[in-house]
Design a protein around this ligand. Structure first.
Ligand code: AMP
Ligand code: MG
Length: 389
C-alpha cells in the first residue's frame, strides 16, 4: 500500500553537480567522438616513424624541433618531413606525424632532439573515436549516476542531465513530551530523537529531507503545521500519535481524511497509518524509536527507492546462523536487531525486543527477519537477515 502511495516525480534536467546518486531518465548517445582528435599519450616528440627507424643509443637520429605543442594549443600544425615537434600528453597530433617518441627515449632537446629509440607507426597515439564513436549509445535510462558516469557526460560536453528527481520528504515528530536537544528538560519531558533519525534515514535512502519539524499533541497545531509544510512535498512522514491511547494526534487529525490507521502483525511497529492528504503521501509511523525506524525500513525505504528508480530497493538479504537461541511472538513478524559476524556466517541478536531500546538499535548492523510462525529458534538455526548500512 505504501509503495502505491509514493509516486515518482517527472524527470527533470539538472546540472551534473546535482545529479550524483540519481538515476538517468533517458538514454545518452555520444554527440562527439572520444577522444575528439588524435592526440599524444605521452610527453615526448611527434615524429614520422619511418624517419627514426633503427634509432639506437649508438646510432641516434637527430631532428630539428620545429614546434612546441603543449596540451591546449589550438592551431592546426603540420609536421614537415625531417623535423620533430615537442609534444605533451593530450596535445593534438600534428598532421603528418604518426608516432610519439617518449621524452625518456631522447635527450629532451628543445632546438634539436637526439632520439635513441625507434617507435612503430601509431606508438603512443590516442586515436580519435577509439574510446567512444560519435553517435554510439554510452549510458542508458535507469542507470544510477556516480563519479564515472558523470565524468563521461562531462567529457561528452553535457552541462546538464535528465534524471528522476529525488522525492521531497517532510519529517514531522509529534509529542507534547518532546524537547529539542540543547534545551533544558523538565520532569516528564524527553529529548526528541525520531526527527533526526527519520530525516537521516530518508537521506540515506536517496530522498531529500530537511531538518525535522516538531509539534505537540494538539490537533489544531498539528493540522496548521501540516498545512504549512505539505506544499511541494511528496511524502510526509510523521512519528507518534497513532496508537490506541488518548491524545493520538496524528490519528485524530487524519481519521476520515484519507489516511487508514491499521494494526500490522509485526513487532516492533504494530500501529501504522498511511494514505494521501492534500496531494502528499502520508506515512504515519509509531513513536517508539525502534518501531519508527524498523517501520521506515520495512515500508517506506523500499517505496522511496522504487519511486526514484534507485537500485537495491530492498536491503541486501542473507542467511546466517543464530549465535544464541531466541523466542518470538506467534502470529507476528518480528524484526530483531542483530550484529553479523560475516567471517563465521553467524548473527547475534542484541537487546530485548522492546521498542524503546534505542541504544541496541545504534549498535546493530542488521535486522533479523523472523516469520509469523516462528516462536522459538535454537542456537545455530538459520535465519533471514537484512543488512543495514
Ligand atoms: P506515541 O506513539 O506517540 O504514543 O509514542 C510512543 C513512545 O515513543 C513514547 O514513549 C514517546 O515518548 C516516544 N516518542 C514518540 N515520539 C518520539 C520522538 N520524536 N522522539 C523520541 N521519542 C518519541
Ligand atoms: Mg506521542
Amino acid at each position: 500500500m505504501v509503495r502505491q502511495l509514493v509516486r515518482p516525480r517527472d524527470p527533470v534536467e539538472v546540472p551534473l553537480v546535482d545529479a550524483a546518486g540519481l538515476v538517468l531518465a533517458s538514454d545518452v548517445r555520444a554527440g562527439l567522438p572520444l577522444p575528439q582528435f588524435d592526440n599524444s599519450a605521452m610527453d615526448g616528440y611527434a615524429v614520422r616513424a619511418a624517419e627514426i627507424a633503427g634509432a639506437s643509443a649508438l646510432n641516434p637520429v637527430v631532428l630539428p624541433v620545429a614546434e612546441d605543442i603543449p596540451a591546449g594549443r589550438v592551431d592546426e600544425l603540420v609536421l614537415r618531413p625531417g623535423t620533430a615537434h615537442r609534444i605533451m600528453t593530450g596535445a593534438a597530433l600534428p598532421r603528418g606525424a604518426d608516432a610519439i617518441v617518449p621524452v625518456e627515449a631522447t635527450d629532451a632537446g628543445t632546438e634539436k632532439v637526439t632520439i635513441r629509440e625507434s617507435r612503430e607507426s601509431g606508438a603512443h597515439v590516442r586515436r580519435a573515436g577509439e574510446d567512444v564513436a560519435e553517435g554510439e549509445p554510452v549510458l542508458r535510462s535507469g542507470q544510477q549516476l556516480g563519479a564515472a558516469q558523470l565524468a563521461l557526460l562531462a567529457a561528452l560536453g553535457h552541462p546538464r542531465v535528465p534524471v528522476f528527481p529525488p522525492l521531497r520528504v517532510v519529517v514531522l515528530s509529534t509529542g507534547s513530551e518532546l524537547v529539542e536537544p540543547g534545551r533544558p528538560l523538565r520532569h516528564g519531558q524527553i529529548y526528541e530523537s525520531n526527527g533526526i533519525m527519520l530525516a537521516t534515514a530518508v537521506r540515506a535512502a536517496g530522498a531529500r529531507a530537511e531538518q525535522a519539524h516538531l509539534v505537540t499533541d494538539d490537533v489544531g497545531e498539528f493540522a496548521e503545521v501540516f498545512a504549512e509544510l505539505v506544499g511541494d512535498t511528496d511524502v510526509v512522514v510523521t512519528s507518534g500519535g497513532v496508537s490506541a491511547g488518548a491524545y493520538e494526534v496524528v490519528k485524530d487529525a487524519f481519521t476520515g481524511r484519507g489516511v487508514d490507521f491499521v494494526k500490522v502483525a509485526m513487532q516492533p511497529g504494530m500501529p501504522q497509518g498511511a494514505g494521501t492528504v492534500d496531494g502528499a503521501a502520508v506515512v504515519a509511523l509509531p513513536g517508539n524509536p525502534v518501531s519508527s525506524l524498523v517501520s521506515f525500513e520495512v515500508f517506506l525505504r523500499p517505496a522511496l527507492r522504487a519511486a526514484m528508480r534507485l537500485p537495491r530497493v530492498q536491503r541486501p538479504r542473507l542467511r546466517a546462523r543464530l549465535s544464541e537461541r531466541l523466542t518470538s511472538p506467534a502470529g507476528r513478524r518480528q524484526f530483531r536487531r542483530g550484529v553479523l559476524d560475516r567471517e563465521n556466517g553467524t548473527v547475534r541478536p542484541i537487546g530485548p525486543p522492546g521498542s524503546h531500546f534505542l541504544r541496541y538499535l545504534a549498535s546493530a548492523d542488521c535486522l533479523l527477519d523472523l516469520a509469523e510462525d516462528v516462536t522459538a529458534l535454537a542456537e545455530g538455526a538459520d535465519v533471514e537477515v537484512w543488512e543495514l548500512d
